[in-house]
Design a protein around this ligand. Structure first.
Ligand code: ADP
Ligand code: MG
Length: 354
């Protein structure tokens, strides 16, 4: 069995009912290296499921091409049917057959005289051996999820696509299964693309992560690169929960409601920056100065608070130690900490405050 290598070249898609040029996917370029676990991350409606359906062969592209192991499997004129692709798919709702047992679900659709030793091995690998005679309604959510994965891997598929596979599981089972996933995929020499809307999940388990918004890929990098260097303001906010604040430009100075920011004189600017991005640790609160914000929510996070403040029309997250007495509705003064470093977008330009 060979490992998969998927290449997506300038892929565009729109559904039949959509107007001309109303694309759901816009010029997606993307690849999966053999044995990789790649995460596809984006808000609801950004086109994640649509991209999976194109890869699996359930939709035809409007423009562009898909290659699997060097063979073209999708283009505008030529689409290899889903059943001939050898791609396993795990759906959000598991899509198990309710009238078949665990064992029958795993073996469903395997050709007659197919070597069942792989199915046996998968049942054992997923801890389903004692449950093989049960029906899906007799399984817990985690067991159903394992069964869906075993079924996708049973035919010997070396590429598996998973659509929000853990979304209906409780936190503990979710954590356990996602940690098991990469081991299991490794044991099967499988390459996988996993869709999730949970940034922590994607960064925690994936080798690389693709971040999508409105059908466009904003970044495709290793988790550590995304954390260190988000490529757009959207990636910073959605994946890393960074704050964004609009800026007004005055020569090399940038005014915000929280204070002035500067950039180094040596930096060349091609495009005028619109927003400043900074973390929840980069700002401070005080109540003895002019009011510029109001507390709208606070989240208790074991060893610190996240305080959400409204600044003009923006919601800003501030991290604070537990030793603060602050209530929803309190008005306060928010400012940048001394020596703080932020980024201006577009352009990803380093800025600082005095
Ligand atoms: P995600 O999985 O990221 O939540 P989807 O790929 O399901 O996003 O949807 C992307 C966009 O395409 C959404 O605006 C959605 O309403 C639309 N869409 C999804 N499926 C269809 C369909 N079968 N027909 C028409 N529009 C669809
Ligand atoms: Mg979806």
């Amino acid at each position: 069995m060979s490992v998969s290598h998927l290449v997506i070249e300038d892929l565009w898609h729109k559904y039949d009912s959509y107007k001309e040029n109303d694309w759901v996917l816009k010029s997606i370029n993307f690849n999966l290296l053999p044995g990789e676990l790649v995460g596809l991350l984006g808000p609801s409606g950004s086109g994640k499921t649509t991209l999976l359906r194109l890869i699996a062969g359930f939709e035809n592209p409007g423009k562009g091409k898909i290659f699997l192991n060097g063979n073209q499997i999708s283009s505008v004129d030529n689409v290899l049917p889903a059943e001939k692709r050898g791609i396993g798919m795990v759906f959000q709702d598991y899509a198990l057959f309710p009238h078949l047992t665990v064992w029958q679900n795993v073996c469903f659709g395997l050709p007659s005289r197919f070597d069942l030793s792989r199915a046996e091995w998968l049942i054992e690998l997923f801890g389903l051996l004692d449950l093989r005679k049960r029906y899906p309604h007799e399984l817990s959510g985690g067991q159903k999820q394992r069964l869906a994965l075993a079924r996708a891997l049973a035919p010997g598929n070396s590429l598996i696509v998973l659509d929000e596979p853990f979304c209906s599981l409780d936190v503990a089972v979710r954590g356990k299964l996602r940690n098991e996933l990469s081991n299991v995929l490794n044991s099967c020499s499988a390459t996988a693309l996993i869709v999730t809307h949970d940034p922590k999940e994607a960064l925690a388990i994936c080798d690389r992560v693709a971040v999508m918004k409105n059908g466009e890929l904003h970044q495709f990098s290793k988790p550590s690169e995304i954390v260190q260097s988000p490529s757009t303001a959207f990636v910073g906010k959605f994946v890393l929960q960074k704050n964004l604040l609009p800026i007004r430009t005055l020569s090399n100075k940038y005014k915000t409601t929280l204070g002035e920011l500067m950039i180094s004189n040596e930096v060349k600017i091609n495009e005028s920056p619109q927003v400043c991005m900074f973390g929840s640790d980069d700002i401070q609160i005080s109540n003895d100065l002019e009011v510029n914000s109001v507390v709208v929510a606070k989240e208790f996070c074991n060893d610190h608070w996240i305080i959400i403040l409204r600044v003009e029309d923006e919601l800003i997250r501030l991290r604070h130690s537990l030793n603060i007495q602050i209530n929803i509705g309190d008005k306060c003064h928010l400012s940048f900490k001394k020596g703080f470093n932020g980024l201006l977008f577009p352009g990803k330009i380093k800025c600082f405050s005095n």
